[in-house]
Design a protein around this ligand. Structure first.
Ligand code: NAP
Length: 304
């Protein structure tokens, strides 16, 4: 039976990939909730989706009336929005409430993370926002599926902080041996498209991961594939990281510094590791390993 999916965030990094994979599903009609502004950029990302049959409805998570219009006749809402409390909590809860009013069966909130439900409240602002939103969304009574895929594998690529491809260094806290759940953006989007439409998935966490790799393990893979060498540098033990986190928490002008350190903490301790992985739920979906990801995306960085 054909289901209508409303996707919020289709102009974003992850949402644009989710849209592509939803359009691959034979039994789905896709509606995109798109807010106004920056028309040229949006046209470039949306035109290929419209050509393939997606429908656009203009709206904003801050505009309640637009959410009522957007959710009419919808079966499933997929959210891939990003933002502060106004978007992640107020906006997504408003979207779920509009969905509930209009007979939408299910929502996938914009979680896409490590197991944020195992994070210590107050330690990681982005996880706190999502957990608060998720609790409020659950209270509306709508079915809610929390997609958790760990970190995106791209975090080991250039410009992401951990690996410095120019300096030839990899920097971490602790000894770098804690395995971390990682998945490519493409596989995350592929799984989201399947989970969204799968009526047998129940409310709660839906976790999967393409691989589990430590920072030192990732360094070995990248070195083997690119021929580059990375000097391994530890910033120090967990106690030092906690001191740095306490310092960063005092700097209210830049909350993201504290968030980045909290990510490091969870990567060091494994506190937010995923469990009950659904990697093989869809036999035709083979999740990419980190070695496959590195071969696909990092080979152009090979040493001359
Ligand atoms: N686990 C990981 O390693 C990892 C890494 C990156 C991201 N993520 C997660 O993936 C999710 C998506 O992140 P992203 O990086 O793809 O985000 P992004 O590229 O910044 O895109 C955000 C999207 O949200 C839309 N949006 C924001 N506010 C809105 C509003 N009020 N009404 C309607 N739409 C609104 C934006 O629309 P406009 O185009 O109009 O701005 C855009 O389409 C987030 O939950 C993020 O935390 C996880």
């Amino acid at each position: 039976m054909t289901q209508t999916v409303l996707l919020a965030g289709a102009t974003g990094m992850l949402g644009s990939q989710i849209a592509r994979h939803l359009l691959d599903q034979p039994d789905a009609r896709i509606r995109l909730l798109v807010r106004g502004g920056d028309a040229a950029r949006k046209r470039a990302s949306l035109d290929p989706l419209l050509t393939r049959g997606a429908e656009i409805i203009e709206g904003d998570l801050a505009d309640r009336a637009s959410l009522d219009r957007a959710t009419q006749g919808v079966d499933v809402i997929v959210s891939a929005v990003q933002g502060g409390p106004d978007v992640i909590i107020d906006g997504q809860v408003a979207l779920a409430e509009a969905g509930r009013r209009n007979g939408v069966r299910r929502i996938l909130p914009s979680d896409y993370a490590l197991d944020l439900f195992h994070a210590t409240p107050g330690e990681h602002m982005m996880f706190d926002l999502r957990r608060t939103a998720d609790e409020k969304i659950a209270a509306t009574g709508i079915e809610h599926v929390h997609v958790l895929q760990g970190a995106f594998m791209a975090m080991f690529g250039p410009g992401m902080g951990t690996f410095d491809y120019d300096a030839g260094t990899v920097t971490f806290w602790g000894d770098g041996t804690q395995p971390i759940d990682v998945t490519s953006v493409e596989d995350t989007a592929r799984m989201v498209a399947r989970v969204a439409l799968d009526r047998t998935v129940q409310s709660g966490k839906f976790a999967f991961a393409g691989d589990k790799v430590s920072i030192l393990g990732a360094a070995d893979v990248i070195e083997a594939q690119t021929g580059r060498r990375f000097d391994r540098r530890s910033n120090g033990p967990e106690a030092g990281l906690r001191v740095a986190m306490a310092e960063a928490a005092k700097d209210v002008s830049n909350p993201f510094k504290a968030v980045m350190l909290a990510y490091q903490l969870y990567m060091l301790t494994g506190q937010t590791a995923l469990s009950d992985l659904q990697n093989h739920r869809y036999p035709d979906v083979q999740l990419e390993s980190f070695a496959q990801f590195a071969e696909r995306t990092l080979l152009h960085l090979a040493a001359a």
